[in-house]
Design a protein around this ligand. Sequence first.
Ligand SMILES: Cc1cc2nc3c(=O)[nH]c(=O)nc-3n(C[C@H](O)[C@H](O)[C@H](O)COP(=O)(O)OP(=O)(O)OC[C@H]3O[C@@H](n4cnc5c(N)ncnc54)[C@H](O)[C@@H]3O)c2cc1C
Length: 296
Amino acid sequence: MTTESAAIAVQFRFFDAQVVRSRRLGPTMVRVTLGGEQLRAFASGGRDQSFSLFLPHPGQDAPVLPVEAGEGWFHEWRALPEDVRAVMRSYTIREQRTDTAGGTELDVDFALHGDLGPASRWAATAGPGERVILLGPAVADNRSVGFRPPDGTDWMLIAGDETALPAIGGILDQLPAGARARVWIEVPHAEDIQDLPCAGEVAATWLVREHAGTAPLLNAVRAAELPQGTPYAWIAGESGAVKALRRHLVGERGFDRRSVTFSGYWRLGASEEDLRAEAISAAESGASADAGPDAE
Ligand SMILES: Cc1cc2nc3c(=O)[nH]c(=O)nc-3n(C[C@H](O)[C@H](O)[C@H](O)COP(=O)(O)OP(=O)(O)OC[C@H]3O[C@@H](n4cnc5c(N)ncnc54)[C@H](O)[C@@H]3O)c2cc1C
């Protein structure tokens, strides 16, 4: 293990958890609340804190992972038959609540997109007691928090679709008074619009996909008059839309590319499993990886 990989390894660990309750937030989003003894050690860094969620297949009562959760877990997990090994998907902690006795609950907001994906399918019917495993932060200052405006930022541009809505909510929760942000959020339906409290000065624009034309995020940002001063941008959502918006900000608006945090959260026509396989094969062939859920 290199010094860097050892440092990363101590930031994350596996947590057993179970569904405490779930509730619909609108036509698209469902909030699944997770609990369990092991979550006492979960240490969300807030903002867009992401984690890997492991789910059972239909007919299994718990997700199947290698017995030893050590350094080699990923290779051992991949070596298990695909219909046996736990389904692995990326999600965001919308909120972590810890009570005075140290008990912890985690809210995870799922964008439902039908039966096609196992995570969406699972979330649509998840009920109390169902078991999951999380690979998540053991320390709050960890690499899976991406929202990091550099010193000297005057204002923030935040944009994403419904898969990024939990992260945007988490980011806005933590913006301090005096921070300035322009926010664009694309959702499928008007009833998906949420109240997102924030102590900062936020101008939010909701783009409802059923009424918007093509490329709603790109077109809305392109048409906007942006504030003066040094910007920081955070963009997440469908990979192609994220790429196009980043290109606009860096190429046409002159944003410093180091001040644009961007993440393809999903890609049209590819499952997270497909994206992982693509990233692995690119890494193995030595090519620069342009795939994977966290890259784009
Ligand atoms: C860091 C990170 C954080 C994320 N946080 C969240 C989060 O908090 N909430 C959330 O809902 N999602 C989040 N996502 C996105 C989520 O991981 C993907 O949408 C994932 O593909 C869903 O898994 P699945 O099993 O439902 O579908 P998959 O099996 O991965 O995909 C099956 C098919 O569905 C399509 N698809 C996947 N997602 C969508 C979608 N939203 N709408 C339409 N089609 C889709 C794929 O293109 C594919 O064709 C996050 C992703 C990343 C990388």
